[in-house]
Unconditional design. Structure first.
Length: 149
């Protein structure tokens, strides 16, 4: 399910989001709690939005009335995550529908793939939680950075 790096060289580079894993993120087995991994992935997707648009989910929702609630999350775990190394989450949009956007996230520590996942959001009018097409500016940014898997 991974995406080849040759594909990135031909188009765009994924956004890289660095996460410092803390001791408090870990369970008694000294690896990251399973529940923290989706949090890391969502933090990385929010970072992608901030990097490409200047606004994260908070600003999109409150300042622009654009919500992006999740309708699907799929994660595959490959290797344990520990505080020993920074977790680098690579993020890229991998699908763009009429009212939805999909992101792929892979998390690596010291070059080892620890997890990968696919996440789908639907665009909404935030104050009404009503599905809508994305604003043209957001659609254009996603389309420019789309790397289909």
């Amino acid at each position: 399910m991974g995406t080849s790096t040759d594909q990135f060289a031909a188009s765009h580079s994924p956004y890289a989001h660095e996460i410092r894993i803390a001791w408090g993120d870990c369970d008694p087995a000294n690896i990251v709690y399973t529940a923290r991994i989706p949090w890391f992935a969502l933090d990385a997707i929010n970072g992608w939005w901030e990097h490409h648009t200047g606004d994260g989910w908070f600003q999109m929702e409150l300042d622009h009335n654009v919500g992006t609630p999740f309708v699907s999350m799929k994660l595959d775990f490959r290797a344990p995550i520990t505080p020993r190394h920074r977790l680098i989450c690579r993020v890229w949009p991998n699908r763009l529908g009429e009212t939805s956007v999909g992101f792929h996230v892979d998390g690596r520590q010291d070059g080892v793939l620890c997890f990968e996942g696919d996440f789908i959001n639907v665009f909404t009018q935030a104050d009404a939680l009503k599905k809508q097409k994305p604003p043209e500016r957001l659609r254009a940014i996603v389309a420019q950075n789309l790397i289909e898997s």
